[in-house]
Structures are given as C-alpha cells and as structure tokens.
Write a protein that binds this ligand. Sequence first.
Ligand code: HEC
Ligand code: HEC
Length: 341
Amino acid sequence: MIPIPAALTLLGLALAAPAWAQQAAPTPAPASGDIPTPFVIKPAEAYDVSKLPDDHYGRMVRYGKELSERTFAHIGPEVKNPRMRFAGNNLACTSCHQNGAAKPHAMPWVGVHAAFPQYRAREDELSTVAERVNGCMERSMAGKPLPLDSREMKAFETYIHFLSKDVPTGATVVGQGLPKVKMPNRRADTVAGAKLYVEKCAACHGENGAGVRAGAPGSATGYTFPPLWGKDSFNNGAGMNRLVFATTFVYTNMPLGSQHGQPQLSLDEAYDIAGYMLSQPRGTKANLERDFPARWNKPVDAAFPPYVDGAPADQHKLGPFPPLAENMVKLKDKLLKESGR
Ligand code: HEC
Ligand code: HEC
C-alpha cells in the first residue's frame, strides 16, 4: 500500500501536517458552579498504543486500532475466510473517524465509553457501545452486525475504552461528534456541486467517486483514497448519507488536512458538493422504514420514507431544511400527544 503522503506527492498535492497532530489544544478555562469542565482531546502521542504492555488489555487495544484502520483486511468483503466477511464494503472505520478515531470534530471515539449507554433516536432505545459499533457496521460499512461476544467486537470496545480512559463518565468532550453548523436555507445545487467536486475532490476520490484502491480488487487491501459512492461505499442508511451530516463532515474535514476552524471550503460549497455526492448511486439498507420509530425524532434530512410531515422526498434529501425543522417542532407536540407519551 502506498503511504498517503507519497500518494499525495504522486497526485501533485502537498499535505501539511495538520495542527491538531502537532500541538496540544488549549486548556479551556475552568467552568464555574456545577458546570463540569469539558474534556479536551489530547495530542496524538497520548493515544500511542505501542507503549501499552503486552498483556490482555494491551493486545486487545492494539487489535482494535488495527481493526479500525484496516477494517477491510480483517472483516471486509474480500477476506479469505467467508465467515469473517462482516463489512460489506472495503472502507475502514478511520475512513471517516479520522486519525485513529482521535481527531476532534470528526466523530472521535474519545469519550464514547463515558457517553454510553445512551438513548438513540434511530432505534428509540437505550444503546450500548457495542450496539453503536454495529450501527456503523450495518450502515457506514454496509455490512452485518458483529456478534457481541466476538473477539472483533471486544477489540473495538477495548480500543474505544482506551481512547476514553481519562474522560469522566458523563463528561462532554470538545469536538465530540460533528460541530453544529447552520445549513443554508435553500435546496442544494447539485449542478454547482458537480463542478466543485471535480475541482476540489476528484484528484483523490476520482471523477467517478470510486476512490483509489491500494491494491488489486479482491486483495483485501482497501483504499488509499476511499470511495464516496457506488457499491463499495456507505449505504443509504448511514449517517453520512444525510445531507446535514455530510455537509458538516466535508466542511470541517475535507479536503484532507482541513480541520475545525480552518475550513478550505465555504459552507455553501460544502453543501452543494455534499448534495452532489449524495445524489449518486449507492447500496441500500433493508427496512429503513423501521428507523426512528418515534417519528417525531426523525431528523428532517433522513431521506427515506415514511415522511410524516407530508413534505416531498426531494426536500428531505436536498433541502431547504429550516422550514422542515420548523414544521417538525409543531408536528412533534401533536405526534407526542397522539402516542400518549
Ligand atoms: C462512512 C463514514 C463512517 C464509517 C466508515 C464509520 N463510521 Fe462510525 N460514525 C459515522 C458518523 C457520521 C457517526 C455519527 C453520526 C450518527 O450518529 O449517525 C458515527 C458514529 C460512530 C460512533 C459513535 C460516536 C459518538 O460520538 O457517539 C461509534 C462508536 C462509531 N461510529 C463506530 C464505528 C466503527 C467501529 C466503524 C468501523 C467498523 C465505523 N464507525 C465506521 C460515520 C462512519
Ligand atoms: C488530498 C486528498 C483528498 C481530497 C482532495 C479530498 N479527500 Fe476526502 N478523504 C481523503 C482521505 C485520505 C480520506 C480518508 C480519511 C483520512 O485518511 O483521514 C477521505 C475521506 C472522505 C470521506 C469519508 C469516507 C468516505 O469514503 O465516505 C468523505 C465523505 C470525503 N472524504 C469527502 C471529500 C470531499 C467531498 C472532498 C472535496 C471537497 C474531498 N473529500 C477531498 C482524501 C481526500
């Protein structure tokens, strides 16, 4: 596999080491009263797994990191043992959860152990860390859930535990999830998005969105640059298939080297590019109508039926979202009353 910096040079692109990899984030001022101080994700050295002892815990953390970065090589669709083919695509967890899942504002796993069990609207249930991992297995990885007692699930849980070990239970982490970004109040312009995609993204992800494979097809070696659509990408039930998530991820983290507070795209550009990306074909997840069974919890950009607000499918896919969100607030009271909750 070509290391990413070398591959970038091949493509004529320079990649500066991002600031979050070089320096510690500033410590926030202590909060007053009962408000707990938010936890700040540490610099990369703090999450160095090679320093852990060669005991049960250390070995599981290391396997968890390896599984996250080279998912395709262990549980991908091209691995030799058919019984180990749990993921349906050749992405890695870290295709999205960047920097070993320790990059702020790119859905880091730092603190995830302290935040679960957690109510999840998609299931309308309390969810454990393992169930959350399987959420990404079935959607982002377009595959099957891992058995809860498998070595692989234990490894994911242990790596997440290791990343979270200094975060007190219930604490908030600066850069948890994705930042809150206010979407443009218009429909995403997929024609403008297509043009911008060629300028800003295609050098790495390919004009056809298929990415750049690290080795021959079938070799279970994954991608140097991951695919953004098509059958080897996340499916239509993934969080990344929602325009608000995709816009925010792209605005904050792409092109490669971008980070929160230092975007390389305007929000309008990210919105149109993401709209274009999500208008391309991809795999489908069965039974999506079962998601968000408490319908008042369904995010307005979850672009699959049923649509209880009666708005057209196209608006749920490409916006404008603010009118939908406003309408949903009103509808929520009515739906809640009807449900008797
Ligand atoms: C295509 C992008 C993508 C890939 C690949 C991906 N995820 Fe995710 N993951 C997301 C997004 C987006 C979210 C947050 C949005 C949501 O809640 O749906 C998320 C959330 C999570 C969370 C919860 C984080 C939090 O702050 O609560 C965990 C844990 C997680 N993913 C684990 C995994 C694991 C393990 C893999 C690989 C087996 C994986 N993900 C692969 C996109 C991805
Ligand atoms: C310099 C190369 C490069 C450029 C340019 C680039 N990306 Fe990426 N992108 C990557 C790499 C590499 C990853 C995997 C994550 C990592 O290694 O940090 C990635 C991951 C992603 C992901 C999540 C994984 C997936 O396959 O879905 C999305 C979405 C994405 N990029 C969208 C874009 C968009 C949209 C643009 C244009 C605005 C863009 N990228 C520009 C290299 C690039």
